[in-house]
Design a protein around this ligand. Sequence first.
Ligand code: WT7
Length: 649
Amino acid sequence: MSSNKTIYQPNPEFAENAAIKSMDAYWALQNKAIEDYEGFWKTFADEKINWLAPYDQVLDESDAPFYKWFTNGKLNVSNQCIDRHLADKAEKTAILFEGDRGDVEHITYAQLSLRVNKMANLLRNEFGVLKGDRVVLYMPMIPEAAYAMLACARIGAIHSIVFGGFSAEALKDRIEDAEAKIVITADGAFRKGKPYMLKHVVDTALSEGGKSVEAVLVVKRNNEEVEWVEGRDHNYNELIVEQPAECPFELMDSEDPLFLLYTSGSTGKPKGVQHTNAGYILWAQMTMEWVFDVKGDDVFWCTADIGWITGHTYIVYGPLAAGTTTLMFEGVPTYPDAGRAWKMVQDHKITQFYTAPTAIRVLHKMGENEPEKYDLSSLKVLGTVGEPIDPPAWIWYYEAVGNSKCAIVDTWWQTETGGHIISPLPGATPIKPGCATLALPGIMTEILSLEGETKEVGEKGLLCITKPWPSMIRTIWGNPDRYISAYFGDVAKDGKPVYFSGDGAVLDEDGYITIVGRVDDVINVSGHRLGTAEIEAAVAKDNSVSEVAVVGRPHDIKGESIFIYIVLKEGHINTDIKNHINTLLGEEIGNIAKADHIIEVPGLPKTRSGKIMRRILRSIAKGEEITQDISTLEDPSIVEDIITKAREA
Ligand code: WT7
């Protein structure tokens, strides 16, 4: 077993053919960006994007922080991902689908083109979906989800995908915030060998609100029976047959919105992160080429769900823009056994495998020696994303899965960044377990204090991105003020507000960045981002609850788990508070928001001005000694009571 102080050099054979072959090549690019930022981006925008009309300015900062990139340029993302590949890749597999039950389908670029064109016609002609309209997708992991995304891109509609694990209430909120015109869903799909249902969640959401929705388009996947609202619900499989095979694409402006994706923040309800056409697709494609080094007949597999940004950028848009083969998987990597993922790597000769630390820990725990039963020699690059990866999981991934010859790219980024920000380059960067290493060429990160001072080596600080980049969030849908306050309200450098990610980070003596996790009230459960305020608001809806505080607690597999403190109203007794509250959370947000610990306490630790001391609650949840001064609390004795309760839990 290697120690976690080891530095792992890139595989020289791999480096020889890599897009970026050495640290010298990395620095040549990064220095060019430092010297001539706009020139750097212009080079790649000109080389990578199929412009349908030229842009006139690379970066417009006149209305900062509402940055604009490649102003007045025209393009279409479905053209970038499909049409332009048809000349030489029509028969290449674009999407390689594997169902939960092992059914496999190869969808070529030509077939993808046909299906996307037909779906675009269906949306445009049958439902009157026009440029700028919002389309909500509540979909399982089936190819039709990708067709729907690309069909929206083709006609200029703005998609907003809601992860299938969210509840009807959460779906309704997102439909209403976006004022969606149409919802695309499926009867359900298969998971662990059994059918599961989705459509009824849409029915419930729309029975409670979502009045803007005119139609629901239902894809049949598992053919289970579903309720049908005449006039509102439409059968995709029947309607698609009659659609014309060609749908001319809309000329989109660089800055037209491509999609919204709701994500949790430290305050309030989830925010609709808005991404654009040009900047987003440029960086999605470039990071596929640099970070995953896709080329030739590579088969790329990202295990995320399309309901998250990772699924958007690295299952659909990035791989297809790069003209590669992307694997889409309906099931879970541990079913029917802990070898499923490795069998799939073997069967499909996967070259790049991209997953989350929580999945790596589960696969490790369930099947430490499973990888050696399969031929994993096709693998070249292994990726991880979503949360800090602990060195033991990293080392198992490197040695057992990668056979000590694949680079691990620990990619740090966010829904808001659109694509990778900090990551090793597989042919260039010497890597260290658990370390995201360096900002990618063209990206300017700094670790700062709240006052914008640079932190010293070894000193924890706030991870900021100090220059705008093409794939950055443009605004929060319907709430530009919140865009400013959420991302540009905390840290200013030399008097100028800079983008603050919400993460803490630290630099080491080699200039490498290690992410230490969120420093705001956002928690990360199995790579799912949840705001404590959002969970608290859901719990507070229960009429027996007087006060509630939610914190994260470290968890071996999930990274973090949810820990809830509840004060009941006078006269209320709740004997089964955990089940009671978790049922409520399942309804209000979804099963991903269920808590591992829910304890009833006599009160919360507050300052005399009434502010809840969350740091104390976090320490108690972790089982740590309380080192903070508690004498300033309104009622210091409450801390002992809470500690006793927490120990019993
Ligand atoms: C948050 C963003 C980006 C796609 C998946 C999650 C955490 C992400 C890493 C990493 C440590 C990471 C951060 C970030 N995170 N990647 N490689 N190392 N932490 O997207 O839901 O927008 O969450 O995930 O805390 O802020 P998201």
